[in-house]
Design a protein. Sequence first.
Lengths: 553, 79
Amino acid sequence: MAFFSWQFICFLIVAVTVYYLIPGRFQWIVLLISSAWYYFVGGGPRAAIFVAVTVVTTWGGACLMDSIQKKEELKALEAAAHSSPSEEGDSGPSAGKPVKLSRAQKKELKALVQKKKRLVLTLVLLLNFGILGVLKYGSFVSTNLNSLFARFHSGTQIPVVDFILPLGISFYTFQSMGYLIDVCRGKYRAERNLFRLALFTSYFPSILQGPINRYDELASQLYTPHRFDDRRFREGILRMLWGFFKKMVIAERASVIVNEVFGGFEQHRYAGFTILVAAFFYGIQLYADFAGGIDIVAGASELFGVSIRENFRQPYMSRSISEFWQRWHMSLGNWMRDYVFYPIALSKPFARMQKSLRKKIGPYFGKVFPSFLASFIVFILVGIWHGANWKYVVYGIYHATFVSTETLFEKPYADLRRFFHIRDEAAGWKLFQMVRTLFIVSIGRYCDVAPDAGTVFRLLRATFSRFNPWILFDGSLFTFGIDERNFGLLILLIILVAAVDIINERGQTVRGIVASQQLPFRWAVYLTAIAVILVFGMYGPGFDMASFIYAQF
Amino acid sequence: MEENRQELMEILEETRPDIDFENETALIDKEMLDSFDIISIVSEINEAFDISINVNDLLPENFNSVDAILALIAKLQEE
C-alpha cells in the first residue's frame, strides 16, 4: 500500500478515528490490527509468515532468558539457604533472615546465567540472521561460489535461487535482534505478552523503511493509552506533508537528471562535471526520498501520539565523514555501534591486541588501532546491509577508510592545520569541510547508482578524465531530461530544504512554529503545501510512490 | 576515591583535552564523546584500575559524568 494513495489515506483516517474512539487500554490492539492489515495487504501472506517467525522466536528467546535468570537466582538462593544452617546451626543468628549471596556466589551466578542466556541468544540470532542472510545474500553467495568452482575446474554447482525479499525484513530483523540482545545484557526484562511484542516488531509506520527503533523508547509509547493531542496531531500532519513534498516534488524531479546521466553515461559518453552534477543531484534525490519517507512515517506515527526515532540530523552540514554517519541513517549507525562496534572493540582479543600494539608501535597508535579495525568491520557490514553485491563491499571499504583514518591520523592532521594557521572554528574552514564531505559522499554513491563494481570504477575514470566546468553555464544542464523552468524550480526547492535544515540545526522546527500559529494561517499552510505537491509533484508514467529507495534494502 | 578521581581525570583529559570534564554532566546525552573516545577511555580505565568494563556497562548513565564513571569503577572493583 503506497503512502501517497487514497487507500493509505483512508486506512490512516479509519485507524486514527477508531484509535481515539475506543478506551485507551485497547488502543494498542488497534495499532496491532492496523499493522497486521498493512503488512498483509502490502507483503502478502508469505511475507507475514517471516515476520511471524521473527516475532515468535524473539518472544520465546527473550522469555527463556528471563526464566533462566529467575530460575538460577532461585537455585542459588536455595543452595545458600541450605548451606547456612549447617554452618551456624538452626537456631543461629541467620535463622529467619533473608538469605544473602556472598560476592563469590554472586559472581558465579552471574557467569552461569550469562553463559546460558548467550546460548539462547546465539540460537535465535543465528536463526533470524540466517533467514535474512539466505533470502538477501543466498543468490549472491552461490553465484560467487559457482564462479570460484568454475575457475578451479570443479564440476560442483550450487543452485542459484532468487528469493523475493519480505517487505522491511532488514529493518524488523535488526529491530527485533536489538531488543533480544538488550534483554540478554539485562538492560530490561522480556515482554511476556506475545502480541505486544508483535506490535513492537511490526508497527506499521516504520516497518517498511525504518527507522530501526529501540524497545525502551518505542514499546511503552505503543502500550500506553493516548488522548487526542490537537497540537501534536497538527505537527504530525505538517510533517507528513513535508515528507510528501520532499519525495514527490524534489526527489522525483532530481531523479530525472540522475537516471539520464548515470543510465546513459557510457552511451552518451558523459564525463567530468556532468557526472559530478548528476552525483550531486543523486545526493539530493536520496536525501529527499529517504528523509522524506521518514518524515511521512514519523508524521503518521505522531497522529497516534507515538514518537519514533529520528533518522537524520541535517547530514549535509557534516564536517567529516564520521560526522556524516552520525547524522545520516542514524538508527542504523547507532545499531551498528551498540551491537557490533562496541562488542568487537571491547572483546578480549581486541584488548590483547591493544596491549601488544602499545608496546610495539607506541601508545597512540596502539590505542586507536583496535577502534580503527572495528570500525572497518562495521562499515563493511553497513555496505553489505545495502545489498548483495560487490559494489556495496567497495562502498563499505570506501567509507571505512575515511572514518578510520580520521581517527588514526587525527594528530598529524591537527599539526598540519596548525602549520597552515587554520582555525578550526573559522566559517570558511567549516564551509570547506562541508563541501569536502559532500564531495566524498557523492563520489561514494557511485556504488549505489552503478549496476556493478566494474561500472563504479569506469564512472570514476570518466569523472576525472575530463575538465568541463562550462557545462554549468552553457545550458547543457537543461538537456538531461528537465527543462530550464523545472531545473530552476528544483534549485529553488533545494535552497528551501537547506534553509529549513539550517533552522533545524539551530534547534527550532519550522513545523513547530507553523503548528503554533492561528487557525487561518495554519490552514493556509496546509492548503498551499497540498497544492504545491499536487501541482509540482512528478507523476510521470514511471512514477511509483511505493518505490522508496531505502525500502529495497 | 580521590586517587581514583585524579587518575580518571588524567585519562579523560588526555583523550579529549577540549572537554570540561569537571563540570560536564551529559557527556553522552549531548554526544560530546563519540564511540572512538568511549573505546579509548574504557580500555585505559580497564588497564589503569584493573577492572573489566564490558559492553553491558556501556550505558549513558555510566558515562555522562566523572562521578558516574567513578561510581562504575567502584562498583566493578567491588565485584
